[in-house]
Design a protein around this ligand. Structure first.
Ligand code: PHE
Length: 448
């Protein structure tokens, strides 16, 4: 199964930064704060934290463990834990591969916009105002070009493989991201108006709670931890046997949740700072403007009101977004690349271009049919594909995979595991509790 010359992450820190790099992305810095803002702030935050802890973390351990055991691409790893159910294993692997390609196809479009907002202000600072306006305005050609540039960056990193591509760039970019992030939060919280946003984010108003909010929080938790579409499985397959899986997964989940939390400390206060500076953040009807408008109009408008400091803050913010998006998109592209190059025994460098090209083509289709496809692809992949495949993986790990093999795999890097509380709880938990919890979250809104 495991070939001795298979690629590996070179260090545990490298793995944690790469897996956290996959998890930390537009979902944390854009998705989470804007969802929190439009769902009552603190109530969404609390529900989200509960979802990460009770559902997403146990499934993250399951996915990583299946991957490390299989030490192969996700299709083969799933077959290796369920050898009597080859069809099921390959179907889940292929569905994960298609699901993650769908995610990448819309992700690259959004990441492209952020790229445009990174370059735009720099161009206008040098007097190229019309080029800047083109990059920041909505248009088919602009969307295509920016998506293409972002996909190209993703392909170039993944082409170099695990240690020299993914790990190298994740360990370079993640620390830059942390520093930029902390600086931005510090700066924003000192601006007038920030406290109002802080209050909205931290003081719960339970009247906002609803079953729908639970579904959104669950979807957000799955998206944020990159669960259900084999990214964590493929990263797990490159993880060394001496790493302690429950602990590593906890570190990744904590980093990811920490970044989402800090992003809330940034975006919600920033909205109210913008309002203080005369930018409109509520629509005529009194509802908060939606996610896109918030990030692509309100924030740039806020940066504009800050004078020359605004240029630096704005560039830092959008650079942060592009970095976060890139360390996630490379983990997405790795799934189909690993599956196809290993299953068809083809050279990785060639496969990367073909797969990247095919996904870019699908992205272009979305760009041409934006109104009808963009929202649909997002909702199908993140609200259905991710949770459903996530729970199927839990069922495979809990019911089909031989218990002694699971124990042995989890015990690598953690010899005391058999006597730990984790081992007393986790197997039954993924077997029974996770599927029931998820069914409850899914069906509760139907019985309102
Ligand atoms: N977790 C990433 C984010 O928060 C998105 C992602 C989803 C990455 C699925 C890989 C797989 O932006």
């Amino acid at each position: 199964m495991a070939s001795s010359n298979r690629a590996q992450f070179s260090s545990r820190l490298g793995f944690i930064l790469a897996a956290a790099g996959s998890a930390v992305g537009l979902g944390n810095i854009w998705g989470f704060p804007t969802q929190a803002a439009s769902n009552g702030g603190a109530v969404f935050l609390i529900t989200y934290l509960v979802m990460v802890f009770i559902l997403a973390y146990p499934l993250l351990v399951a996915e990583l463990t299946i991957g490390r055991f299989g030490a192969s691409n996700p299709i083969r790893s799933l077959i290796s834990v369920a050898p009597k159910h080859k069809l099921l294993g390959s179907a889940v692997g292929i569905a994960g591969m298609l699901g993650v390609s769908g995610i990448l196809s819309f992700y690259a479009i959004v990441a492209g916009w952020f790229f445009g907002f990174l370059i735009g202000p720099l161009l206008s600072a040098f007097g190229f105002d019309s080029a800047a306006a083109w990059l920041e305005g909505f248009g088919i050609a602009r969307n295509l070009v920016l998506m293409g540039v972002f996909m190209l960056l993703t392909v170039l990193v993944v082409r170099n493989g695990v240690a020299d591509g993914i790990e190298k760039w994740s360990t370079r970019l993640m620390p830059v991201l942390f520093v930029l992030f902390i600086a931005m939060v510090g700066y924003t919280l000192l601006q007038p108006g920030a406290m109002e946003g802080l209050k909205m984010f931290l003081v719960p108003d339970m009247s906002h709670f609803s079953p729908d909010l639970m579904v959104s929080a669950m979807g957000q938790a799955f998206f944020s931890l990159s669960i259900g579409v084999c990214t964590m499985m493929v990263y797990g397959s490159y993880l060394r046997k001496d790493a302690n899986l429950p602990k590593t997964a906890a570190q990744v989940a904590l980093l990811d949740t920490g970044v989402a939390f800090v992003a809330g400390l940034l975006i919600l206060p920033a909205m109210f700072v913008a309002q203080k500076n005369g930018v409109q953040i509520y629509s005529e009807s009194g509802a908060l403007l939606d996610g896109d408008t918030l990030v692509f109009s309100v924030l740039p408008a806020m940066f504009d009101t800050m004078g020359s400091a605004g240029l630096i803050v704005g560039v830092a913010f959008f650079a942060l977004m592009v970095i976060a998006a890139l360390t996630s998109s490379i983990s997405m592209l790795e799934v189909p690349v690993a599956c196809i190059s290993e299953e068809l025994d083809k050279d990785r460098k060639t496969v990367v271009w073909w797969v990247g090209g095919a996904i870019a083509l699908f992205s272009s289709l979305i760009i041409f049919n934006f109104g009808s496809m963009f929202g649909t692809v997002i909702s199908v992949t993140t609200e259905y594909v991710q949770p459903i495949l996530g729970v199927i993986m839990a069922l495979i790990a809990g019911w089909i995979w031989k218990r002694n093999e699971v124990l042995e795999e989890l015990s690598h890097g953690n010899p005391e595991l058999a006597n730990s509380t984790f081992w007393k709880v986790w197997p039954t938990y993924v077997r029974v509790v996770c599927p029931i919890l998820m069914a409850l979250v899914f069906f509760w809104p139907l019985f309102k």
